[in-house]
Design a protein around this ligand. Structure first.
Ligand code: PLP
Ligand code: TYF
Length: 397
């Protein structure tokens, strides 16, 4: 019966990894998949992670199952990181964490929970968003809709977003990127979060906040502004947190789904459903990544080492953004690409067209997503002159 199975193309973003590997151009640059890179183009294991792993190797006494909710120590460490150390939500016992295989696993838990327990509700994602959002919500059987996010001039379209939110059917789910919006890099200001909160409250929408890049925008607490505001001000919020980027433990598959409910009683009810969904998908989450995070965050000294390195990573990306725009100045293109200096996180919607992206790849060995999304962490002092000259060429300068 397999003779009837059609072959489908692979993931466009992950496909760039292979295409880049096969390119023999010595000056090639990878601005594709969203992993952090240092000045040498490597994605190293963070110092605190290495130390935590050494301790785990020494002290680990069992590899038995950790349960559908994952490790309680991991949950205890991550909840204050996401919601704030002195969060009134935690104080009230309104929130809990269910460990998952990465942020993606958390999103799938949320999707299956919504499909099973809140049937008939649509889900709204930004246009554009991370392509996996489309796939996993649709796969769970939820009707997917889009709200505008960027305008024709490649700027955040907050007015368009707000107008759309005002028409979303009451009770539907809205997916928001907490910070470092993927793929655009356009984030909401504190004031915009507050404005959005009122519409969400009024229309009784359920926010599902995807928090995959905490610490990569402006800081661990700064990046959590919208998450904490919504969790504190609303009765019900779902949050998907990922440790893939901020701990650099991509392949350890570490994240969690956080339920925020009106009270502890309702939170426990919701949480019990998460365990069902987890069991039906994969039974128990992998343990190692959660153990690393827990080891680091429960040790103030190790946590400080981690924070310092995360700060270095964030500062590097933000500095490169400014240097990129500056390097385009001699070509008269600084203004055209000024957005790259204003966006936050790993990604930038550069405004480069698919044709220009193709030329950058074919003529210069510079790889990025065809939407014009560049991973800014792929910039370095060494390759910026090459990249900016190539961009000038494809702009006809
Ligand atoms: N959400 C967004 C917006 C992302 O960009 C990513 C990144 O890969 C994820 C979720 C999930 O990350 P992971 O499953 O690797 O933790
Ligand atoms: O957007 C990115 O590049 C990251 C990594 O199917 C990623 O979020 C990309 C595609 C995918 C899974 C992860």
């Amino acid at each position: 019966m397999f003779e009837r199975i059609e072959r489908v193309p692979g993931d466009a973003i992950l496909g760039l990894i292979q295409a880049f590997k096969e390119d023999t151009n010595p000056q090639k640059v990878d601005l594709g998949v969203g992993v952090y890179r240092d000045a040498e183009g490597n994605t190293p294991v963070m110092r605190a992670v290495k130390e935590a792993e050494a301790r785990l190797l020494k002290n680990e006494s069992t590899k038995t199952y950790i349960g559908s909710h994952g490790s309680p120590a991991y949950g205890d460490a991550v909840l204050p990181l996401v919601l704030g150390a002195d969060s009134p939500v935690l104080e009230a016992g309104r929130a809990s964490a269910t460990q998952s295989p990465g942020g993606t696993g958390a999103l799938r838990l949320a999707a299956d929970f919504i499909a099973g327990e809140l049937p008939g509700r649509g889900i709204w994602v930004s246009d554009p968003t991370w392509p996996n959002h489309h796939g996993l919500f649709t796969a769970a059987g939820i009707a997917l809709h889009k709200y505008p996010y960027v305008d024709a001039d490649n700027r955040l379209d907050f007015d368009g977003m707000l107008a759309a939110f005002n028409k979303i059917p009451e009770g539907d789910v809205v997916v928001l990127h907490a910070c470092c919006h993927n793929p655009t890099g356009f984030d909401l200001s504190a004031e915009q979060w507050r404005t959005l909160l009122e519409v969400v409250r009024e229309r009784r929408l359920l926010p599902l906040i995807d928090f995959a890049y905490q610490g990569f925008g402006q800081g661990l607490d700064e990046d959590a502004y919208g998450v904490r505001l919504f969790a504190e001000q609303l009765d019900e919020v779902l949050i998907t947190s990922s440790c893939s980027k901020n701990f650099g433990i991509y392949n350890e598959r570490t994240g969690c789904l956080i339920a925020v409910a009106k009270n502890a009683e309702q939170m426990e009810n919701v949480r019990s459903q998460f365990a069902v969904v987890a069991r039906e998908n994969y039974s128990n989450p992998p343990a190692h990544g959660g153990a690393i995070v827990s080891e680091i965050l429960h040790d103030p000294e190790l946590a400080a080492v981690w924070r310092d390195e995360l700060t270095e990573m964030r500062d590097r990306v933000n500095t490169l953004r400014q240097e990129f725009v500056k390097a385009l100045d001699p070509y008269g293109l600084a203004e055209k690409y000024a957005c790259v200096g204003e966006q936050r996180g790993m990604f930038s919607y550069t405004g480069l067209t698919p044709d220009q992206v193709d030329r950058l790849r074919d003529e210069f060995g510079i790889y990025m997503v065809r939407s014009g999304r560049a991973n800014v962490a792929g910039f370095s002092r060494e390759n910026l002159p090459y990249i900016t000259r190539a961009i000038a060429v494809v702009n006809g300068v």
